[in-house]
Ligand binder design. Structure first.
Ligand SMILES: Cc1ncc(COP(=O)(O)O)c(C=O)c1O
Length: 453
């Protein structure tokens, strides 16, 4: 058997909330006064249905029928055994991957985009604004808004807007409006452009713009959607890991040894791993590895602090690993991994010792992407290549140790609209970039006045 394909009736009917099982409680988001943010303070930007999920202590949360109907267009996604990759590496490890590239926009992002659009629609919202890095999230939200009947406006980080022109065509095809960030449409964007007219932009800046665009519609009919980081986004993505558990059984696997995902804001990694983190909390021995770029090493070099989710203070303070909210990462092609912070739930799990983060340089990641394309056949997104590079490292380790390990990873998206990055790699134009410790420390100075977790 090369792949396990579940039927529609096997699609999970509930999301899994790891907040019910953490050994110690997650630290709450804080307002500017240092006090925890109350749910009603979030109502200008999010609908109540999502705010309730954000703070819910409930272990299982029902997936509404209207969300399931849309998810069923491509879910359950297949779980593949990577026989060809295993063979080319000569590893005794058995490697499995969840293929999230089969969704219409090409990644895991619509799992939450559909849910977020649905809850907004239920509460009478007419339009959503958002940010996007590589364009995967923006196109996922554009797709979801078209399915559900909402307008959509996307602020796309300048560097990716230029590197990935066809992502904006996709968004337009689904009826959304996509503009480069920083833009002159918002106060946040104008302020940055004045200081740094040639900035490549950052997710932090684009988030500020999108939140500002939502709250400045005083009618309340425009809200904001975030593609990663927040608890409700992690929740919606757990459908990936829940499906994978059933599919591993179909392969007769009794246990998993290593779970890997690339981590930008943390959502695809959380989606695959959180249902297994619950097993780890209950005693299972699993190495759970979020993988990030060496040029944006949030989990591996950033401290665990309270920091803003965006660059201009539109969001509450979140307890997370962070490189500082004004950190502008080098313009690597894995745009979706260029985020200064990390999901509070992933950060908490790392802080509790439940996960072992790793950072990898981009040249090793592109080499891994080529190995994957030439064995398994799929051209992965530059973000996903970070997971694959770590999988190869682990498979080689299993070979050295002569161990039959089971490795599971998330193939979070395809790279068919990211070929400029591949081309740059072939032309020898890419280089590795190690973030100097002084740069990290400089950026963290601005956090000195914030409360400590
Ligand atoms: C294909 C793909 N994988 C991974 C990511 C990283 O985001 P997250 O960590 O939220 O999964 C992105 C973000 O844009 C992406 O497009």
């Amino acid at each position: 058997m090369t792949k396990a394909v579940l039927g529609e009736k096997d699609l999970p009917r509930q999301w899994y909330n790891l907040n019910a099982d953490f050994p110690t409680p997650l630290r709450p988001p804080l307002g500017p006064d240092g006090n925890p943010v109350s749910p009603d303070m979030l109502t200008p930007i999010f609908p109540m249905g999502l705010i309730e999920q954000e703070v819910s202590p409930q272990r299982w949360i029902d997936i509404p029928e209207g969300v399931l109907e849309i998810l069923m267009k491509w879910r359950p996604t297949p779980l593949h055994r990577a026989y060809s990759l295993e063979k080319s590496l000569g590893t005794p490890a058995r490697i499995y991957y969840k293929n999230e590239a089969v969704s219409p926009p090409g990644s895991h992002k619509p799992n939450t985009a559909v849910a977020q659009a649905w809850y907004n629609k239920q509460e009478g919202v007419k339009a959503l604004t958002t940010e996007t890095g590589a364009g995967q999230w923006g196109s996922a939200l554009a797709f979801a808004c078209a399915q559900i009947g909402l307008e959509c406006k996307v602020f796309m980080v300048r560097i990716s807007f230029d590197q990935k022109p066809y992502r904006k065509v996709m968004m337009k095809t689904w009826g959304a409006d996509c503009i480069a960030s920083p833009s002159s449409e918002t106060n946040a964007g104008r302020a940055i452009l004045e200081k740094m007219p040639d900035t490549p932009g950052s997710l932090g800046i684009a988030i500020s713009e999108a939140v500002e665009a939502a709250v400045s519609d005083k009618s309340g009919s425009t809200k904001y959607a975030l593609g990663s980081v927040l608890n409700h986004v992690m929740l919606h993505q757990t459908i990936i890991g829940l499906e994978a558990k059933k599919q591993l059984q179909a392969f007769n696997e009794k246990k998993v040894d290593v779970i890997i995902g690339c981590a930008g804001g943390g959502s695809n990694f959380a989606g695959l791993s959180f249902p297994f983190v619950a097993d780890k909390i209950n005693g299972a021995k699993i190495d759970i590895i979020p993988v990030e770029p060496a040029s944006c090493p949030t989990l591996t070099k950033g401290p665990f602090v309270y920091d803003l989710g965006d660059s201009s203070g539109m969001t509450p303070l979140l307890a997370m690993y962070s490189l500082g909210h004004n950190f502008i990462p080098p313009p690597i092609h894995a745009g979706g991994l260029r985020y200064h912070g990390m999901a509070p739930m992933v950060s908490h799990a790392v802080h509790e010792g439940l996960m072992e983060p790793r950072s990898i340089h981009q040249l090793e990641c592109y080499a891994a992407a080529l190995t994957f394309a030439r064995t398994e056949g799929i051209i992965c997104a530059p973000e996903t290549s970070h997971a694959i590079a770590a999988v190869i490292q682990e498979a080689e380790k299993a070979k050295e140790e002569g161990k039959e390990k089971v490795i599971l990873f998330n193939m979070s998206g395809h790279g068919l609209l990211d070929l400029r990055g591949y081309e740059a790699y072939f032309n020898g134009e890419l280089e590795d970039y190690e973030l100097p410790q002084e740069v990290i420390e400089e950026n963290l100075k601005e956090l000195a006045a914030y409360p400590k977790p």
